[in-house]
Design a protein around this ligand. Sequence first.
Ligand code: ZN
Length: 137
Amino acid sequence: MGVYREEFVVSSSSRFELIDITDKVREIVSKSGIKNGIVHVFVPHATAAIIANEHEKGLINDYITLIKRLIPPDAPWEHNRIDNNAHAHLAAGIIGPSRSFPVVNGSILRGTWQNIFLVELDGPRSHRRVVVTVIGD
Ligand code: ZN
């Protein structure tokens, strides 16, 4: 069994943003040489998250609307007294910092409408790291 790990950096241009990282993850899986196993996609950040869903402009906006409604940035969160981004920490904690996918015959097994996104919750940021670990044979 082998383990291959690589990371890349993306930048965001607004406070909330979904950034499609599917192609980059696919490239790393291919480069890993691992044909069957698992790929784990992780952001080492407390105010960003990873999801898998459809890359459709309306749905991307709907996600951002939903996050803002569930966890309003301007609510009186205690963390905002020191660092005006409590909503981003809370949303990141709920959505989660990682997702895993099966790797089958050298490809990521995912639904037709499942692209992989980094969810920016406290942008804009010039340096969001994404760590991709491929485990298998
Ligand atoms: Zn903070």
